[in-house]
Design a protein around this ligand. Structure first.
Ligand SMILES: *Cc1c(COP(=O)(O)O)cnc(C)c1O
Length: 338
């Protein structure tokens, strides 16, 4: 892969921990966790890795304002606002409100990530979901006209910069595992929540480039498997091409489980609540109700369903990639959850 400029914003490498008590409770594979919730930037999360590369590109373009978009409780937007603060840039966030929400209701509901966006000094523009992309374009144009030198970061930070960040993250993991005597080999699986697809696309490309030989399973958070596979394939190929990599991907290479979509994006049910409780009570680890609890709950269900083959001699080991999201635990809409 090409060397890319990055601004070191994240605390790297993030730790890997063994989930001893939880592995015992579930009685199946050995579980480990990659703590990308500990990347350090304003409560951390997976977007911080991506932002290291966006930040470098933005500064090289002499940008003055970072612009991006997401849901009201977007972790990506919160981390982008924090990166802007650290770099001395402005930040404009186009946040989507749900159809039954008025703008003044959205403004009043200052909790979780949205509270942090305000604290970080981001300018917020509200848009209905349907007109998100038009709004984003017109916001960008206005900033340009005003001479504020905007730099656009795509939804979820998923393009060749964000994907590359997670390809390089595989190099980090491969080294961590070979240096650590508690591992006699690489984990058989990496399991992660997958949404805009950049994280999983990066892990797939990084696996080929840096020699991770296990399987990578994305638990879809908000979309049917075929749509997500499609996007991940494109993102992985685009990024591979950019790096002049010999590797190419097709949909058959992408493993996605979409059994845990429940009642939709950001609506936690029994699966998520149980995962939040189990990780908290057995390991003292917090997962968020939107992404990481859905993926962890899905993983626990798959373990109970004996989805993962357990080799008689070697057992089975799984690395759960904790992608962050902790501020969403404190969002008003989840107040009565647990
Ligand atoms: C954005 C996000 C994801 C999904 O990552 P993608 O690269 O968009 O697939 C997972 N977990 C958390 C906490 C996130 O904020």
């Amino acid at each position: 892969m090409k060397k890319m400029s990055r601004i070191p914003i994240a605390f790297l490498p993030t730790p890997i921990e063994k989930l001893t008590r939880l592995s015992q409770l579930l009685g199946g594979p050995d579980l480990y966790i990659k703590r990308d919730d500990q990347t350090g930037l304003a409560f951390g999360g997976n977007k911080t890795r991506k932002l290291e590369y966006f930040a470098a590109d933005a500064l090289s373009c002499d940008a003055k304002t970072l612009v991006t978009t997401g849901a009201a409780q977007s972790n990506h937007c919160r981390q982008t606002a924090a990166a802007a603060s650290k770099l001395g840039l402005d930040c404009v966030l186009v946040l989507t409100k749900t159809d039954d929400q008025t703008e003044s209701q959205s403004k009043k509901n200052l909790s979780g990530n949205l509270l942090l966006d305000h604290l970080l000094g981001a300018e917020i523009v509200w848009a209905a979901n349907k007109v998100r992309d038009e709004t984003l374009k017109s916001v960008f144009q206005t900033l340009q006209e005003k001479g504020r030198k905007p730099y656009m970061i795509p939804y979820g930070g998923s393009n060749k910069f964000g994907v590359s960040a997670f390809a390089f993250a595989v190099k980090e993991v491969v080294l961590q595992i070979s240096d650590n005597s508690q591992f006699d080999r690489q984990p058989d699986w990496i399991v992660l929540p997958s949404s805009s697809g950049g994280t999983q696309a990066g892990l797939l490309l990084g696996a080929r480039e840096f020699g991770y030989t296990g399987k990578i399973l994305g638990i879809s958070v908000d979309e049917k498997a075929h749509l997500l596979k499609n996007r991940i394939t494109d993102l992985a190929n685009e990024t591979a091409e950019f790096h002049a990599s010999v590797h190419r991907f097709n949909e058959k290479d992408i493993l996605i489980n979409d059994d845990f979509l429940g009642r939709g994006y950001g609506i936690p049910g029994e699966v998520e609540i149980e995962a939040m409780r189990l990780l908290a009570r057995y390991e003292g680890i917090m997962v968020d109700p939107v992404y990481t609890a859905r993926a962890a709950g899905g993983l626990f269900q798959l373990i109970r369903d004996a989805f993962f083959d357990i080799d008689l001699e070697n057992g089975c080991s799984i690395l759960f990639w904790h992608t962050g999201g902790s501020p969403a635990i404190f969002a008003d809409q989840y107040r009565d959850l647990v």
